[in-house]
Design a protein around this ligand. Sequence first.
Ligand code: UD1
Ligand code: CA
Length: 455
Amino acid sequence: MPLSIVILAAGQGKRMKSDLPKVLQPLAGRPLLSHVLETAKSLDADAIHVVYGHGGDRVREQLKHEPVSWVLQAEQLGTGHAVAQAMPAIPDDHKVLILYGDVPLIRKDSLQKLLDGSSEKSLGLLTVILADPTGYGRIVRDNAGNVVRIVEQKDANTKERAINEGNSGLMAMPAGLLRKWLAALRNDNSQGEYYLTDVIVMAVREGLKIAAVVAPSETEVLGVNDKVQLAQLEGALRAQRAAELMLQGVTLADPARIDIRGNVTVGRDVFIDVNVVMVGDVALGDRVRIGPNNYLKDCRIDADTEIHPNCVVDRATIGPRNLIGPFARIRPESVLHEDVHIGNFVEVKKSDIGAGSKANHLTYLGDATVGRKVNVGAGTVTVNYDGVNKHRTEIGDGAFVGSGSMLVAPLKVGANANTGAGSTITKDAPEGKLTLARARQVTIDGWRRPEKKGS
Ligand code: UD1
Ligand code: CA
């Protein structure tokens, strides 16, 4: 059966107390909805329909690149009503899988089981055993253990409220049957809503079996309603990702103090200290060591490189055996080749730094091409900006840039050239020579300090 997925995302999320629509609230740096979409996309569906409502324009704008069809639910009249909005676009011979935009950690495995449980003769329903089922619809089973209906918390009696098996809300069934059942829903319940959950009792009445799949963990089906739950999920995801890294051989100084907001790939024997935030795509080679308090975004760090504490690396490629930091900032489009040392308070931007080169203290290298085995002295600045345009600096292999050099670009420092400390270099410094551009030092003989008047 071809598959259509419907993701419910029209709810307002009042309890978030935020101007940002609930499904755009970030979890691990990405909107809740995009976590669900990622899993949905892995299922090979014919179509993914997202039912949106509150803050709809922002939701669509932010996720406009996603291959989904958007379905407006102008008024939120309940989960059943929400699904019904998507049905005109879904053929009868499809299987429909219903997901929630605010249940972000659902895994493909569980959804696959749900799909396997659904056929012309059965409906797949994902349930969950809860320590505290408050707020959830309860799964009511008969004496033989078959699911017979779902009762919402607000409509449940005391006995039903004591049931600890909850409805995750996620289900799968044939489109033709679902369409018929949705048309028959009524809203004569305590919330005055069209409950999707009422299709269960209809399915049972028609002789379908309810194939209840119990979720492997509570976390997987946890919905987000407020910032407390959002933080709980963030913690759960952090723990999960930290565990994945450790199972790949990474040593984490403290798994509770690492943040992974993207995809991290690792080699063998990587060590990561506390308070490291990794964003986007981060690749760490064999034996890479990341010191405490580092922020790594969309970068590649090759084997045996060590990032000392308190650095920012953003969209850069760092070769093998580098020593970076402490307190270094490697900015976008920087490429550092092997055995490079970038020390404290050094900023590198859009620069290519050759093998074995060093800039160890208080330096700005922007729009520069630095050759191999170059030594950049403390306090050097590539003066790359004239207020309008950016200009490049080229430093040849083996050059020695004296401390405090201002290299006013566009400029070339030749191979094996030296620039004198404190020079403001405005013209090319030729290869193999010492270039000085500073006032000569003079000492005034017979000079006397001024004295205070009247003393
Ligand atoms: C729903 C289930 C409940 C289940 C719980 C799990 C129903 C009637 N109840 O309850 O059995 O235990 O989820 O979290 O289905 N939405 C819309 N349009 C609407 C209403 C809701 O798109 O008109 C979306 C929401 O954005 C949300 C999802 O549907 O993503 C669930 O809605 P919510 O109001 O949170 O349902 P609950 O009352 O928690
Ligand atoms: Ca509700």
